[in-house]
Design a binder for this molecule. Structure first.
Ligand code: AMP
Length: 285
């Protein structure tokens, strides 16, 4: 595996693959790799000839300066893990390569997709930062396929819309959420959960399980399901930023659970803000 830091270097490295019409996959990450990221890299490896993993902690998508400052970084470890999972290229540009002096363009996906849930609580600028950096990474790598995680379900929808709206010639693959054995969704921020907070962090996945069980038991009323899910969080003294049952395609609130419904939750556990989600449906599966 090669580590590259500049766009010309990356393009030169990918030229032979492009000439030979070999398929190129991109897995964008902010590093601090865990099994969730590695599952994406393995999926990319299984599908494409050339696998590029990008590692860039994107300042433009952080609304909280402390969250950015405390974001875990260990490139050496990430490089080892990415290589073991099958990456051919680690693209790890410094911030001045991604945002050179004078940089002045922003990509915005407008409308409810970026204004609700995370957009409402972190501000839509978060998704403008995501859309801008993902556009840049897709332009830099020009992959045939790019892999993202269902863990960030709203982000995945924003990226699908971005690609559709701008006619980008790339296939977007969304991989399932990888969890700890006790249900906690893997996240780079989990290393910042100390002491009792690790146990309290289970409030998110337990709330989602409670919602799923209620739907499986025949409950169709979204408000009642949300109430049960919130109650299970209160047992761990966790108050969500939001807990919402929404349409998985457009994030519009659902009142009656008939078809596939996305249950999305966000909560602050100590100093760490976590998100999680699950798909439930009328038959509870
Ligand atoms: P991040 O480094 O947090 O920006 O995440 C990079 C990619 O990994 C995104 O597409 C995430 O949705 C995905 N990802 C993060 N956590 C998980 C997880 N637990 N399971 C599956 N994918 C994940």
């Amino acid at each position: 595996m090669r580590t590259l830091r500049t766009v010309p270097g990356l393009r030169t490295a990918l030229k032979p693959a492009r000439r030979a019409e070999r398929t190129i996959a991109l897995v964008p990450t902010m590093g601090a790799l865990h099994e969730g990221h590695l599952s994406l890299i393995r999926a990319a490896r299984a599908q494409a000839d050339e696998v590029v993993v990008s590692l860039f902690v994107n300042p433009a998508q952080f609304n909280d300066p402390e969250d950015l400052a405390k974001y875990p970084r260990d490139e050496e470890r990430d490089a080892q893990l990415a290589e073991q999972a099958g990456a051919d290229i680690l693209f790890a540009p410094p911030p001045e390569i991604v945002y050179p002096p004078g940089f002045g363009t922003e990509v915005r996906v407008g409308g409810p997709l970026t204004e609700t849930l995370e957009g409402e609580h972190r501000g839509p600028e978060h998704f403008h930062g995501v859309a801008t950096v993902v556009t840049k990474l897709l332009n830099m790598v020009q992959p045939h396929t790019a892999f993202f995680g269902q863990k960030d379900a709203q982000q995945a929808l924003v990226i699908r819309k971005l690609v559709r709206d701008l006619d980008m010639d790339v296939q977007i693959e969304i991989a399932p959420t990888v969890r700890e054995p006790d249900g906690l969704a893997l996240s780079s921020r989990n290393v910042r959960l100390h002491g009792d907070d690790r146990r309290r962090a289970l409030a998110l996945s337990r709330a989602l399980q409670a919602a799923q069980s209620a739907a499986a038991a025949g409950e169709r009323d979204a408000a009642a399901i949300a109430q049960l899910a919130r109650a299970s969080m209160q047992e761990l003294h966790v108050e969500p930023d939001y807990l919402a049952l929404v349409n998985p395609d457009d994030l519009v609130p659902v009142h009656t659970v008939r078809d596939d419904t996305l249950v999305a939750v966000a909560a602050r556990i100590g100093e760490v803000r976590l998100i999680d989600n699950i798909l439930i449906n009328g038959s509870g599966s």
